[in-house]
Design a binder for this molecule. Sequence first.
Ligand code: NI
Ligand code: MN
Length: 225
Amino acid sequence: MTITYLGHASLHIEFDEISIIVDPFISGNPLAAAIDVDELDADYILVTHAHQDHILDVEKIAKNNGAMIISNYEIAAHYSNKKFNTFGMNHGGTYKTQAFSAKYVNAIHTSSFPDGSYGGQPGGFVLTVKGKSIYIAGDTALTYDMKLIPLQTKLDLAILPIGDTFTMGVEDAVLASDFVACNKVLGYHYDSFPPITIDHDEAKQKFSNEKKELILLEIGGTLKV
Ligand code: NI
Ligand code: MN
C-alpha cells in the first residue's frame, strides 16, 4: 500500500484500485494548502474520533466520492442521519472486505463533535491489506492496551501521534513503538498548531537511540508499505 501524508492526522492510503482517506482535516490546515480536497478520491473514509481536527472535510470528501464512512457507532450514526453511507462498529470490531480489514482498537482520548455532542469513545485502526498491517493510532495517550495488538498482528508500520499536549509526545511514542512491537514509525499529529510543534531532529534522535526509525513525511509525501 502507498500512504500519503496529508498533514496533521490526515492520510491517503491506496492499494489496488482502492482509496482510503483517514481523518481528513485539510481545508482548515494552512500547512496543507497545496492539497485540494476536491481532488482527493476515496472509496472509504476512516474516522478515529469526532474532534474537528479529524472530521473537518469528511462530509465534502464523502459527498464528492460517495465514500463509505467507517468509524465508531456514534460517529457512523451521526453521518448516517445525514444520509451518508456508513459502517459503524465499536472497539474490537472489524470491518472486512475482500481487499482489506480495519479493526477499531482502543485509544485513550476524548471524542466530542465540534458542537459538543457525543462522538462515542475514540479509537484507532489496525488496517490489514494483503498480509501487510499498519496501526493508525489516532489521538491517544500511551496505553497498555497497545500491547494487545502484536498478540494478533505483526505490524509493518505504526502511525503514532508525537505532538504532545493533546496526545502522546515523542518519549511516550517511543514506548508505544515497543508496546506494538514495531520499530518503524510514521509520526503524525505534530506541528499543526503551536502547542504541538516539535523539533524534528530531536524526535528522530530519540527513536534512533532505541534502534527505531521515525519517519516524518513532508505534506504530500508518500511511503510504501
Ligand atoms: Ni482529538
Ligand atoms: Mn487531534
